[in-house]
Design a protein around this ligand. Structure first.
Ligand code: PXP
Length: 249
C-alpha cells in the first residue's frame, strides 16, 4: 500500500479567525474548514486532521462537529491530554486521536509528547478513547524510550515528530534521519503503525524516504501555503503524486 496522506487544515480556520474571531456566526465568515476538507478529499487526501486547541486559536468545536457530520473522510483529532479535550473527543468520536503536548505560548506544536513522564495521566485516557473506537497515535520525538512507552501504553500508532528533521540541513539532517530510522525500526518491531508529521514539505519529502515502515504522513502548512497559489485540491494532488515514490517495504 502506498503512503497515506492526512491533510491538516487548521490553517484554513486560522485565516477565518484572523477576520471573524469576534463574529463567529457571521454569514460572511470564510474560508470554511468543511469546504477545505472536501477540496482535500478531491485531491486525494486519505484523512483530515484538525487540532482543537485549548485557546481555540484556529479550529473551533463547531468546526470539528461539522466536519465529523459532513465529511466522508476519516477524522484525526489532535488534542492535548486534558479533561476538556477528552469531553470533546468522546462526543466527536473521531476515527483517530493523536495525543500532542500543548502550551499556549507555542506558535505550533513544538516538541513531542513525553509519554514516559506523563504515562500515568495518559494511560486511562488512551483506554477511554480506544473503548469508543478511536485508534490512538502518540506524537513523539524520534526517541527510543518514547517508542517503548507508546507501545507499553497500548497506542496503535506513533507519529514521529519531523520538525527537527525539517529544520536541519547538511550533516544535521543526516543525524535527524538516523534518529527517525532508529525510531521507525523499533516502533515497527513493537508493532506500532509508524506515521510522521510536522514541517514536511514538497522539497524535503524525498529525504524522508530513507525512513522505513512509514504508513501515513500528516501535512498541513506546506500544502495550505501551496494551495494559496494553485488551489487546495491541486496542492493535495501534487503532494500525493510525490508520495507515490516512497519505496515499499
Ligand atoms: N502533526 C502534528 C501532531 C501537528 O501538531 C502538526 C501541526 O499542527 C502537523 C502534523 C502538521 O505540521 P505542518 O503544518 O508543519 O505540516
Amino acid at each position: 500500500m502506498s503512503l497515506l496522506l492526512g491533510v491538516n487544515i487548521d490553517h484554513i480556520a486560522t485565516l477565518r479567525q484572523a477576520r471573524y474571531a469576534l463574529q463567529p456566526d457571521s454569514p460572511n465568515a470564510e474560508p470554511s474548514p468543511l469546504d477545505a476538507a472536501e477540496d482535500a478529499k478531491a485531491g486525494g487526501a486519505d484523512s483530515i486532521t484538525i487540532h482543537v486547541r485549548g485557546d481555540r486559536r484556529h479550529m473551533q468545536e463547531q468546526d470539528a462537529y461539522q466536519i465529523r457530520e459532513h465529511s466522508t473522510l476519516p477524522l484525526n483529532l489532535e488534542m492535548g491530554n486534558t479533561e476538556e479535550m477528552m469531553a470533546i473527543a468522546l462526543k466527536l468520536k473521531p476515527e483517530f486521536v493523536c495525543l500532542v503536548p500543548e502550551t499556549r505560548e507555542e506558535v505550533t506544536t513544538e516538541g513531542g509528547l513525553d509519554v514516559v513522564e506523563h504515562y500515568e495521566e495518559l494511560a486511562p485516557n488512551v483506554e477511554r478513547l480506544q473503548k469508543q473506537g478511536a485508534k490512538i497515535s502518540m506524537f513523539i520525538d524520534p526517541d527510543l524510550e518514547q517508542i517503548e512507552a507508546s507501545a507499553r501504553i497500548g497506542a496503535e500508532m506513533v507519529e514521529l515528530h519531523t520538525g527537527c528533521f525539517a529544520n536541519a540541513f547538511g550533516c544535521e539532517r543526516t543525524y535527524e534521519i538516523e534518529r527517525l530510522i532508529a525510531a521507525a525500526e523499533l516502533g515497527h518491531k513493537r508493532q506500532l503503525q509508524i506515521n510522521a508529521g510536522h514541517g514536511i514539505n514538497y522539497k524535503n519529502l524525498e529525504d524522508l524516504y530513507e525512513v522505513p515502515h512509514l504508513t501515513e504522513l500528516n501535512i498541513g502548512h506546506s500544502i495550505i501555503a501551496r494551495a494559496v497559489r494553485v488551489g487546495l485540491t491541486q496542492a493535495v494532488r501534487e503532494m500525493r503524486e510525490l508520495m507515490a515514490s516512497y519505496p515499499q517495504s
